[in-house]
Unconditional design. Structure first.
Length: 581
């Protein structure tokens, strides 16, 4: 997916033509093998030219055959114990020197991510690469490891070099334990697991799963193991849909491939892990967050797809009406204060927060964010990711931010009193702070902050706006059906439009009747009368009633306007609303 291809490098360097590459790819499909070896065998390129081109393109030192002395490992560093002769000859890698935790190794294919990852795992070191030809490395391995052995070992190493180490018999690898011990029902040795993850079918399958999910506009991919089967599901427009799954025996190789891509520990299957992949698709980059958890049938993997191009980070594109956008922009233009986005998990808070942040962007402003983790990378914004394991929490980052001369601070989520207190203090000392809370509606966010421990006298002058939201599915424009609404159908509600629409289903929306989502929101501006109520420790209902009198539409009322505009259905608004009165 996101790695560079050797053939493309050689064409770019002018060492082969596109026609020669296409011919070699055809041969590869018939005979298998590595594309580089096929190009060398056909006489299109030499080993030396190919290695030199890789070194030049990737910025990795190239040790030519003329400087073979450079491929002599340093003595008295026990390099033969760090990398065994078996590993070296199998993978055609040679340790050259070690400095603290940095190990310099010679390889002939720096694009082989499987070998490089395996090298890190086996040695426990950071790897510095140099490039040499395969022949030169094999010769150096012979001289370093086998100089005292019978013969020079050359034939054995050459045999290992041409051996297809990724083709194994599944029946030899997988041992099925009794069904009473589900946790060990399908175990592979670590070395074979890495080999299986590197097989072309597994690589292509993982690429296909991710690519199809992106094409289907999925926000998440779920890979779930069960007894004798795998469940593959995509979350599209908030709902999970089953996708034809791969064969059960491919579960371990698929998980291992995903772990390798996201730089996770493939040997660790007992604990949850988190990682990330950056995938290049045509002219855009898609970030993918990886989460694994151990289950009784094996590791479940969830991949969250963060495609910034699929979600334009602009308030006007999210579904807010004109009145709401005007109120939001007025609040976001404030030089200081607290701006909260609230809602349950999966309600689009992060996207709205990023869109709001985009409204504040100005080259004259210093903008910092602390997130868990960073979801979208924004140009011109200083973004920091939480790392609890080393003590980098929301609170510690915020304390540091206040010494960084900030104008705007974005906090991924307010979870505790310490974080909330620093946010309030920052807002009161001339900074604009944006963050999120988990509450059902806008008015209850005030009670939530007070429950956390923020005193009224601090909250009253710092708070400027609370935005509560849900995500409703948009009706498919190709198949939505109009009908005349009646009071009896909709609980006595009268619509301003003579016709509203309901879902039907067609091929373009996978027969769901919906395609895409939009925000259904209520915007609570903190006006003077609201501040007066806050200072008096007013109740939730008093704050909500005052906001309604000031013109705030509830989530349900905002949803009804979207129904009247033909953008969503009445059933969908009822599904996502917290208040239908």
């Amino acid at each position: 997916m996101a790695h560079i291809k050797l053939g493309e490098i050689l064409v770019e360097q002018g060492l082969i033509t596109k026609e020669q590459l296409e011919n070699a790819i055809k041969v590869q499909k018939l005979e298998k093998g590595r594309i580089g070896e096929i190009l060398i065998k056909q006489g299109f390129v030499t080993e030396e030219d190919m290695s030199a081109a890789l070194g030049s393109q990737l910025g990795i030192p190239y040790y030519s055959s003329e400087n073979s002395s450079l491929l002599t490992p340093k003595e008295d560093q026990n390099l033969e114990k760090i990398i065994t002769s078996q590993f070296a000859k199998k993978n055609i890698v040679l340790p050259l020197s070690k400095n603290l935790n940095s190990l310099t190794c010679a390889v002939y294919d720096p694009l082989d991510l499987i070998v490089i990852d395996n090298l890190r795992r086996v040695t426990g070191c950071e790897i510095n690469l140099v490039i040499a030809t395969k022949t030169a490395i094999i010769k150096a391995i012979n001289e370093f490891y086998f100089q005292d052995s019978q013969g020079d070992g050359k034939n054995t190493l050459l045999d290992a070099a041409v051996e297809d180490s990724y083709t194994q018999n599944d029946d030899d690898e997988i041992s099925h334990a009794p069904k009473t011990d589900a946790s060990t029902s399908a175990e592979l040795s670590l070395d074979k697991l890495i080999e299986k993850a590197g097989e072309a079918p597994v690589i292509k399958l993982v690429d296909l799963i991710i690519r199809q999910a992106i094409d289907e506009r999925a926000s998440d991919i779920h890979i779930e193991p069960f007894e004798n089967k795998i469940h593959l599901r995509y979350r599209i427009d908030g709902n999970l849909y089953n996708i034809p799954p791969p064969a059960p025996h491919l579960h371990l190789p698929i998980v291992s491939r995903i772990k390798i891509l996201s730089k996770l520990d493939i040997a660790e299957k007992r604990l949850p892990q988190d990682g990330a992949i950056s995938a290049k698709l045509e002219d855009r980059t898609v970030d993918i967050r990886i989460s694994t958890v151990p289950t009784v049938w094996g590791e479940k993997v969830v991949m969250r797809i963060l495609d910034k191009s699929a979600v334009p980070l602009q308030l006007s594109n999210l579904g807010f009406d004109t009145k709401q956008i005007d109120a939001l922009r007025k609040a976001l233009a404030s030089p200081y204060g607290l701006f909260f986005v609230t809602g349950p998990t999966g309600s689009g808070k992060s996207t709205t927060l990023y869109s709001a942040l985009s409204e504040t962007m100005d080259p004259r402003k210093n903008i910092l964010t602390i997130e868990d983790p960073v979801e979208f990378k924004l140009e011109g914004v200083n973004q920091v990711s939480v790392k609890n394991e080393i003590g980098l929490t929301f609170a510690t980052a915020l304390k540091a931010f206040l010494r960084q001369d900030p104008d705007v601070i974005m906090v991924g989520e307010v979870r505790d009193l310490e974080t909330a207190s620093i946010c309030v203090r920052a807002a009161l000392t001339g900074h604009f702070v944006l963050s999120t809370l988990h509450t059902n509606d806008a008015a209850s966010a005030v009670n939530r902050l007070i429950d956390i421990g923020i005193p009224n006298y601090l909250l009253t002058p710092s708070l400027i706006m609370i935005l509560a939201q849900r995500l409703a599915r948009k009706l498919c424009p190709h198949c939505k059906e109009p009908y005349e609404p009646t009071k009896e159908q909709h609980g006595g509600i009268e619509f301003k439009s003579d016709l509203i629409y309901k879902a039907k289903g067609c091929e373009k929306c996978n027969n769901t009747g919906y395609r895409g989502r939009l925000v259904v929101a209520e915007v609570l501006s903190i006006t003077d009368n609201i501040r007066a109520l806050l200072s008096k420790n007013a109740s939730y209902s008093e704050i909500k009633d005052a906001a309604r009198k000031n013109g705030m539409s509830t989530i349900f009322e905002s949803g009804l306007r979207l129904v009247e505009q033909g953008l969503t259905s009445f059933d969908e608004v009822c599904r996502v609303s917290v208040d239908i009165n």
